[in-house]
Design a protein around this ligand. Structure first.
Ligand code: ADP
Ligand code: MG
Length: 309
């Protein structure tokens, strides 16, 4: 069954030209689609081109070439409909310090031409847990509250797609969890989420699918589950009653990380070696295995491999 896509990007390029001699190719022939109702994560190190991508969607950066379609609206031909379809939470916190959250949301609603009776200001304030600060000066809000206010601002016109650019960069754990709870609950209500991050654990935890961007190239695009499956290396720590006689390549793909009386740490390729073969090898030496723990790795492994030059 084919899922409906809400965002389609074809051969997207962005070249920042400083002058005739110096230019930066920030996005190189980017192709991707985002499906309705999913949480899609764009992952990549600093400078990968994540914000450039988001800013093109937001209309604040002009693409060099390529096609962008949002809910069937073409960015070149129907920029207003594209803008109405997405809510952007930018990377930089930029809210007027002298307005209250309520005033700010009302102004934003005005910008989108939403009639007074159709506004949902209080619902949004509650959703981001700012109802108690609704009438305070924004400058008196904590960093975390300001970020939640940015999320609120993106929700004013009830867009079917929300895009968050590094929403948790430099925020504490509590706020991060709170923010993700909000994002997940929006997603449950049917809002498609696109987020960028350079934190792998975050993408792993939040996203249905992940694209990995490196120096403007999309180096991976797959479901989070499939990306995790690509992880080959397994690390095993064994507590033993003696020193095991074992070395690199004693078994197919085996790499000895540490071997001393009482403890053996090895890694191997999952596709090439089975843990039973390792256990048999040790048992043959009449050595007792007292404890065993394994580490399956995480997206970090995939990421490091894929973004290596
Ligand atoms: P990310 O968000 O993944 O950290 P960016 O999209 O901000 O990456 O940047 C991608 C590349 O484009 C970087 O090399 C950056 O220096 C460059 N870049 C970003 N914005 C501009 C700009 N306004 N002018 C020139 N170069 C830019
Ligand atoms: Mg960025």
């Amino acid at each position: 069954m084919n899922k409906k896509n809400v965002l389609s990007v074809k051969n997207l390029n962005k070249i920042y030209s400083k002058n005739r001699l110096k230019s930066i190719h920030a996005l190189k022939n980017l192709n991707l689609e985002v499906n309705e109702g999913e949480i899609f994560g764009l992952l990549g190190p600093n400078g990968a081109g994540k914000s450039t991508f988001i800013n093109i969607l937001a209309g604040t950066t002009i693409k060099t070439s390529g096609d962008v379609n949002v809910l069937g609206f073409n960015l070149d031909k129907n920029p207003r409909q594209v803008k109405a379809s997405i809510g952007i939470v930018p990377q930089e916190v930029n809210v007027d310090p002298f307005f209250s959250p309520r005033k700010l949301l009302e102004l934003q609603a005005g910008l989108y031409g939403i009639k007074k009776k159709d506004r949902i200001t209080d619902t949004i304030l509650k959703l981001v847990s700012l109802e108690n600060q609704a009438n305070s000066y924004t400058r008196s809000l904590s960093g975390g509250m300001k970020r939640r206010l940015l999320v609120a601002k993106a929700l004013v016109h009830q867009p079917p797609i929300i895009i968050l650019d590094e929403p948790t960069a430099g925020v504490d754990v509590e706020l991060r969890n709170n923010l993700w709870k909000n994002v997940k609950s929006l997603n449950k209500q049917g809002v498609t989420i696109i987020l960028t991050t350079h934190y792998l654990a975050e993408a792993e935890e939040m996203c249905d699918r992940i694209g990995i961007l490196n120096k403007g190239n999309l180096v991976a695009l797959d479901s989070t589950i499939n990306l995790l499956k690509r992880i080959q290396t397994k690390i095993v720590t064994l507590v033993v009653n003696e020193k095991v006689n074992i070395e690199n390549q004693s078994l197919n793909s085996l790499n000895v990380i540490d071997n001393k009386p009482g403890q053996l740490i090895v890694s191997y390729e999952k596709s090439k070696l089975n843990i039973e073969e390792l256990i048999n090898y040790i048992n043959k030496q009449n050595i007792k295995i007292l404890d065993i723990s394994t580490d399956d790795g995480n997206l970090e492994d995939v990421f490091v491999r894929l973004t290596k030059n």
